[in-house]
Design a protein around this ligand. Structure first.
Ligand code: KG4
Ligand code: ZN
Length: 341
């Protein structure tokens, strides 16, 4: 097949997204609706999320088709995120994808959301060398992989508890900010000059696994000690000096960036043949982290790849991309495909 067109659908969390990927021309469209209604709850409310997906999915998919100037008959493959994620949310996307595949007699491919993030750097840089090390960090996952080919990778380490994005979100909430808190942490840290004021503890583990819940607790106790936070009401104390808030954010960002660099150093020691490092997922929107990791790679003679912002956060272009190469490898799924949470 000369030009394969893949429709990607993503509804695993709080983005309803659809995209069209062409094997010869790349991303033709990437349409996203981000659910804003969870901001005040401090995290995604699953039932609300499924309801929002069911409301939006038709117009988001139609929008992706229209922007790409194609219709359902032109599509070869329907790729859909079927794991991991919120079950009710995944079911909306999967059922919609199945309906299209069944009605239009198209091939169906289930895509692992994490594989989507893992291969998202290829959307803009198709020639990233193998093997490479990939660090994918978002609100739901923090993992480090050795990637040896398209769809071929080995998990070297993952988080034992919270994801790094979750740590940003939870600490931002303690500082009085809405979900998602990562962008606020970056903004506040910038105001404080990206300086490590409070030297939060770095775990000493020599493995490639991550742990962030201890850091979250350490920051909370430190905030109590500094008279900023009330553990009973779980609220920032009124009248807290805004400078102190910025200093917490700055120390947190420097600490988490340090942890990433330490893990990458360990990974490069174990796999010295690796010539490139990729960084993806929502947290890869963070300009400070990417700047530090880029310098880390330059210093060690490795290339560094990070997707642009629109492909870091949840999107369907990455799902269509993975679906497309799985289709090229003949890895299709049956209409009985289920979700895995
Ligand atoms: O990939 P994503 O959109 O959704 C998941 O699959 O989780 O990632 C969302 C996460 C949130 O935790 C959010 O706070 C974080 O990415 N994030 C950031 C930044 N922008 C988004 N974290 C740190 N700095 C940022 N600039
Ligand atoms: Zn994600």
């Amino acid at each position: 097949m000369n030009n394969r067109l893949t429709l990607g659908i993503e509804t695993s969390c709080d983005e309803t997204a659809a995209a069209i990927y062409s094997s010869s021309a790349g991303v033709l469209s990437s349409n996203i609706y981000s659910q804003r209604e969870h901001a005040k709850y401090g995290g995604v409310v699953p039932e609300q999320s499924s309801r929002s997906h069911i409301e939006k999915i038709n117009s988001i998919v139609q929008g992706a088709l229209d922007q790409a100037n194609v219709n359902l008959d032109d599509i070869d493959t329907v790729a859909v995120t079927n794991k991991p994620g919120l079950s009710g949310s995944l079911l909306v996307g999967l059922s919609f994808a199945k309906a299209i595949a069944y009605a239009k007699n198209k091939k169906l491919v289930g895509v692992n959301h994490l594989e989507g993030h893992l291969f998202s750097p290829f959307l803009e840089n198709p020639n990233i060398p193998f093997p490479h090390i990939a660090l994918t960090v978002s609100g739901g996952h923090t993992s480090i992989y050795l990637v040896t080919g398209m769809g071929q990778y080995q998990t070297l380490g993952t988080t034992m508890d919270d994801a790094a994005g979750e740590a940003f979100d939870k600490i931002a909430r303690m500082l009085g900010f809405d979900y998602p808190g990562g962008p606020d942490i970056e903004r506040l840290a910038k105001q404080a000059g990206f300086v490590d004021y409070f030297n939060y503890p770095r775990p000493h583990s020599k493995t490639l696994d991550f742990s962030f819940s201890g850091l979250k607790t350490a920051v909370m106790y430190d905030m109590v000690k500094r008279g900023m936070y009330d553990m009973q009401s779980k609220k920032l104390l009124p009248g807290t000096d805004p400078k102190l808030i910025e200093q917490v954010a700055s120390s947190l960002l420097v600490c988490i960036t340090d942890l990433f660099a330490t893990k990458l150093k360990t990974a490069l020691k174990a796999y010295p043949e690796v010539q490139a490092i990729t960084f993806a997922g929502g947290v890869a929107c963070n300009k400070y982290i990417t700047k530090v990791l880029k310098a880390f790679c330059t210093k060690r003679g490795r290339s560094f790849f990070v997707p642009s912002r629109k492909y870091c956060t949840d999107n369907a272009a990455m799902i269509a991309y993975v679906g497309n190469f799985k289709a090229e490898q003949g890895k299709f799924d049956s209409i009985d495909l289920d979700i895995f949470v």
